[in-house]
Ligand binder design. Structure first.
Ligand code: NAD
Length: 497
């Protein structure tokens, strides 16, 4: 249920966020007692002091996770038991949706409507969906001759690490924790340093729901210290990372330099939104184009920031998207009327502003936005026309509200431009021609291709990237379980025929 701005402000004023680490079923300070502040990016207000965890704290959390895994209370519980507890987690998240959504909104600068959708709807759905899968997965029996029985079973891999980004903090936590715990793994989670609060509160609710001590641990801290300690820890069996391609590379190296842990990577993107010449230029298409670019203020790994439009449609598209985007309200993230919230930090805002400057210097035409003279870390949604493939704003992930419109003369040219990138996370294609849609979908080297609508799919469909947007690992769908399982063959010699 959506509340009023005043209601959300009242909830915010009563929150007393706990920034301590959550290890072995209890909140605690970092071993050395150090703390850092987490602030509201929209107002600059300090929200909480947060435990500044480092290697010693990661060691403690991993030891608790390993002990819990070896004890087997969770890892070897009947799958129905894990299901019941995870269903209870879903229930508690729903019951605390307003509180969690407000916490997320003030910690991340995200709009309250998005937080309510992600936390009131999506996060509990994740726990529910993987809970219900827990007792519905089966192994295989190999087709052997009469002298043997070949069983292929899957077992929880052990201790799972998760490293989270700041753009969808609790949703990304659910992406990792729900399948990991459904398989029986224990988890050690490092939220992004900018947005630790919702994940810490989730851990507390999970404990209340019946997740045993040690099975879920949250260690807030910085990448170079806590994150690196997770990557290099020799008793973590798998790590699932969502963040930048640059840091993703480090996790591959950490694995090589430690215990060869499995590394699942969900990384950046520079995704195309392709409108072919036969597409119907209606309000629906424009809504999807605007959402593809500006959802979450463009701080979205699958944002479609290169919009490749058939040349005869470019003028109409540009003018209609500008009209649509002008209607977006920028402002207080806790106001349900707000469509676009704050950039996550001052540094990030400055980075995005440098991209806008580079677009201007490279000769792209700014047709709206770009103003940053607003209090807080806000940037007006910005649209460039006459963008060409070699420009920096066409090639690099900006992670802010900066859309580049490019003109293409044919479907084949659209494909060539779309594929000319190291990324491969997502693409959208608009066309009325089913054969063309299938051809484009098959030809685009991306983890998700969305046809006649911008979407990342849903919980049932795997999400991840081709090329340098990820590894073979996938979040969501039954595929996500693979990150937390390993396969064992049991070969039984039999005398009976
Ligand atoms: P980031 O890579 O800087 O940080 C992500 C996480 O890694 C944070 O928890 C951070 O503390 C940690 N980290 C940073 N440096 C580290 C180091 N040296 N060692 C270990 N850990 C380290 O990314 P970000 O700025 O938080 O998020 C933005 C990026 O995430 C964008 O590139 C975006 O595309 C990507 N992203 C991808 C997906 C996806 O599913 N593919 C989803 C959301 C965001």
């Amino acid at each position: 249920m959506t509340l009023s701005h005043a209601d959300y402000q009242a909830i915010a004023s009563k929150l007393k966020p706990n920034g301590q680490a959550f290890i072995d079923g209890a909140f605690c300070d970092a071993a050395d007692g150090e703390k850092f502040e987490t602030t509201n990016p929209a107002s600059g207000d300090v929200l909480a002091e947060v435990a500044h965890c480092k290697a010693a704290d990661v060691n403690r959390a991993v030891a608790a996770a390993r002990r819990a895994f070896n004890e087997g209370t969770w890892s070897r519980a009947e799958p129905e038991e894990r299901k019941e507890v995870l269903l209870q987690v879903a229930k508690l998240v729903r019951e605390h949706a307003h509180e969690l959504a407000v916490l997320e909104s003030i910690d991340a600068g995200k709009t309250i409507n998005d937080c309510m959708e992600e936390i009131g709807v999506e996060v509990p759905k994740f726990f529910q969906w993987y809970a219900e899968l827990a007792d519905k997965t089966f192994g295989k029996v190999a087709n052997t001759g009469p002298g043997a029985l070949g069983l292929v079973i899957q077992e929880p891999i052990g201790v799972a690490g998760a490293i989270l980004p700041w753009n969808f903090p609790l949703l990304m936590a659910a992406f990792k924790i729900a399948p990991a715990l459904a398989t029986g793994c224990s988890a050690v989670i490092k939220p992004a340093e900018q947005t630790p609060l919702s994940t810490l509160r989730l851990a507390e609710l999970m404990h209340e729901a019946g997740v045993p001590a040690g099975v879920i641990n949250v260690i807030p801290g910085y990448g170079e210290t806590a994150g690196q300690a997770v990557g290099l820890h020799s008793d973590i069996d798998t790590v699932s990372f969502t963040g930048s391609t640059e840091v993703g590379r480090m996790f591959m190296r950490y694995s090589g330099d430690s215990n060869l842990k499995v590394v699942g990577l969900e990384l950046g993107g520079k995704s195309p939104f392709i409108v072919l010449g036969d597409a119907v230029m209606d309000d629906d298409l424009i809504d999807h184009a605007a959402m593809a670019a500006f959802w979450n203020g463009g701080q979205n790994c699958s944002a479609n920031m290169r919009q490749l439009i058939a040349a005869p449609l470019v003028e109409e598209f540009s003018s209609r998207i500008v009209d649509r985007v002008r209607a977006f309200k920028l402002g207080d993230p806790l106001d349900p009327a707000t469509d676009i919230g704050s950039m996550i930090t001052r540094d990030h805002k400055e980075l995005v502003m440098r991209y806008i400057q580079s677009g201007l210097e490279d000769g792209a035409s700014k047709i709206m936005g770009g103003n940053s003279e607003l209090p807080g870390h806000f940037i007006e949604p910005t649209v460039f026309q006459n963008v060409t493939p070699e420009m920096k704003i066409a090639r690099e992930e900006i992670f802010g509200p900066v859309l580049g419109i490019m003109s293409v003369n044919s479907a084949e040219e659209a494909l060539t431009v779309a594929c000319d990138t190291d990324y491969g996370l997502h693409a959208t294609v608009f066309t009325q021609d089913i054969d063309q849609a299938i051809h484009m979908a098959r030809s685009l080297p991306c983890g998700t291709v969305s046809v006649n609508g911008y979407s990342e799919g849903d919980i049932k469909t795997p999400f991840g990237g081709y090329k340098q947007s990820g590894s073979l690992a996938r979040d969501n769908g039954t595929e996500a379980l693979e990150q937390y399982l390993q396969t064992k063959t049991i070969w039984i010699q039999t005398k009976a025929g």
